[in-house]
Design a protein around this ligand. Sequence first.
Ligand code: MLT
Length: 273
Amino acid sequence: MTTTSAALATFPLHDGGGTPLVLLHGFPLDHRMWAAAARELPAGVRAIGVDLPGQGHSELSGMAPRLEDVADAVHATLRDQGEGNAVVVGLSLGGYVALALAERHPGFVVGLGLVDTKSTADTDEARAKRLRVAAAVEETQTIDPVLGMPAALLGATSAARRRHLFPDLETWIRAQSPVGVAWAQRAMAARPDRTDVLRAFDGPVAVVVGAEDQITPLADAEHMVHAANDGALTVVPAVGHMSAVEDPATVAAALSLLHRRVAEQTHRPRWPW
Ligand code: MLT
């Protein structure tokens, strides 16, 4: 783990050189959800996991619940570690942050991986539900209101055939703090629609979705891939919202292809040459 003052905790998840894949986790989790997918990356592709503010090993440090500030913190942390650019990959909450990063630090983000996420804002109903969950977590000072989430995060096939994933998810969720969980709900509730960020982004985009994802289903993925200038869609069969946990090899293959597309674009001569 690496931290500097007020920085986020980062974790080397796969060794390699050159432009890293920066892996941003979903809610209410931390970098550990990416470990299995990172292990499946080809030799030479470097991957860095980041714990988002208030999650895992990262402090909130008084940060307001705004994904814009989260994006700035991710950028500052990586810049301070000497990273000049990155292929930024986020699952769900991580995808919301990846889009905020592309908006606020476009020169830093050279490729985008949007996994089981969406570019649109919450509906009024979804926003109200998040705020109710945040209030319940704050009132009880426990994360009880989110302990049942694994059943919603995993797809029907995993619920039937990959039961071993439940204890992992439960362990990761139980490690989160009430303050961090409530804060993340408020930050997600406040996020705007960032489909225009995708329309403006000129690097390669990989959109990945579990075929059984009920939280950010295929329609959300199709919306993003249509908005992207250079988008590729991977639908992962027989998995839900945690595709990177449920089928790490397929998700790693999609991210490896994204990394290659970025490298090809970087080395392609541009007019006028
Ligand atoms: C996640 O997996 O990060 C959450 O499902 C995000 C959300 O609640 O929108």
